[in-house]
Design a protein around this ligand. Structure first.
Ligand code: ATP
Ligand code: MG
Length: 140
């Protein structure tokens, strides 16, 4: 499998509990390289646009409230099959369903406060990376 890039967010529930380093360790242990990273506090407009595909879902308002409730760490990860590899390390959306050893099983608080985001396809990864990073900020 060719080298691929994916977009990651360490969500407010995790930054609040000082889990950035522990989550990064699981990311690196999975063979993914963090080639860009910054801590930001998303605006409501940024969060609404980022999760725009979920606009019609009943949890959309709460999800946006959650994503702007504190700082997040946005990242670009690079590795073999990075999108699927990271989704595997993240675990299922609902931590109750997540496999042992995954980030969400170990750290997530709930289906909403589930500690991390990862892109779900090459097309979304490209859009999400470009939304938060300039090309020069990616150092592979
Ligand atoms: P993400 O897109 O954040 O990587 P995902 O792809 O596993 O997560 P999605 O279905 O895309 O899950 O949902 C996006 C986010 O919306 C979830 O990560 C979670 O924070 C929140 N969410 C999803 N389903 C629910 C729900 N039923 N109730 C509350 N929040 C939810
Ligand atoms: Mg998703």
């Amino acid at each position: 499998m060719a080298l691929q890039r994916t977009f990651s967010i360490i969500k407010p529930d995790a930054t609040k509990r000082n889990l950035t380093g522990k989550i990064n360790a699981l990311i690196e242990d999975a063979g993914l390289r963090i080639i860009a990273q910054k801590r930001i506090h998303m605006t409501r407009a940024q969060a609404e646009t980022f999760y725009g595909v979920h606009r019609e879902r009943p949890f959309f308002g709460e999800l946006v409230d959650f994503m702007v409730s504190g700082p997040v760490v946005v990242q670009v990860l690079e590795g073999d099959d990075a999108i699927a590899t990271y989704r595997k390390v993240m675990g299922a959306t609902n931590p109750k369903d997540a496999e042992d050893g995954t980030i969400r099983k170990v750290f997530a608080e709930s289906i909403e406060a589930n500690s991390v985001h990862g892109s779900d396809a090459p097309e979304t990864a490209e859009v999400e990376i470009a939304y938060f990073f300039a090309g020069l900020e990616l150092v592979g």
